[in-house]
Design a protein around this ligand. Sequence first.
Ligand SMILES: Cc1ncc(COP(=O)(O)O)c(C=O)c1O
Length: 361
Amino acid sequence: MTKKIKLFDPSIDQSEEKAIIKVLQSKFWASGSGTGNVKIFENKFKKYVGSTDCVAVNSGTSALNLALSLMDIKNKEVIVPSLTFVSTIHAIKLNGGKPIFVDVDEKNLCIDAEQITQSITDKTKVILPVHFGGMPCDLSKIKKICKDYDLTRIEDAAHASGSTYKNQKIGKHSSAVCFSFHPVKNLAMPTGGLISLNGKSSKKFKKILESRRWCGITNRHDSFYDVQEMGWNYYMNEFSAAIGIIQLKKLDKLNIKRKKIAKLYSKKINLEQKMIFDENCSYHLYWIRVKNRNQFRKKMNQIGIETGIHYRPVHTFSMYKTNSHLPVTEKVGNEIVSIPIHPNLSNDQIYKIIDAVNEFS
Ligand SMILES: Cc1ncc(COP(=O)(O)O)c(C=O)c1O
């Protein structure tokens, strides 16, 4: 029987195995103070993206929760796309803010920067763009809006490890940029996330975040410490960090493989509605749009090709139902399908996917 083609598949080799065993045997598996591999990973990631500081945490969700906690958004509005994973929006709610959904641009499925200003009110505090599938948002336009209206920008870069915008890595362009290192992501860990900080408040923010990621603990000397505010158990463990150090070394190489596949898909797939090719994109996802999605996915599955749906728009969930009318998001939400694009795909598998999409869509 031919092997199933997985939608996601982390790229690992013996280096990750060795690193895991080393941590296991050291018996130093985790520390709220973020020493050991966690610190090494933070420093390497900071150098990689060129940001001022980095704080590692245990997931992309925690990264978003903590980044938003810096901005005092209680009873304030945060402008965000609805086409995202639900934790982007939960993070706003958890911090007492109100998500204001703005439609996405049909070309790249990132927030439509042209439509942002009409949603700005005197309660707006933050714009939270999501680099969808790894495709960088129009940060120049969003930056200008933030400047004109005195708003803060926090990026959801869960899909964008290794993506670039204007020759600089994503992670360098906003006050806080939140990454996810969930096992399906381009930089994979068992679980992990990170906040990349830029600008004049970075040092201050880093200190606050380091305390909030570990139960509010601060001013620690030996076994003595103080707690001045609420914090969570959000710190990254040593196994994740050790794997992350190795994955980071390989990231650009792995992303080149993803880009090659994306280039082929964008040329050979005979669908009008599909992800465009852009060198700046890390291609965490490759999306296509098909009219008869259930039937299409069923047929793909029958010949051993996994597909996924990223995402059901958040404003259609019971918890977040609003009067928002987001025509592009809603249409895309009914048609979007993710097809495999990970670096472990063989040439034969890539062509099998292309042929199957062309036949079944
Ligand atoms: C756009 C987006 N934001 C945030 C997250 C949350 O990341 P994590 O699963 O690491 O908590 C994800 C994860 O899938 C995501 O896709």
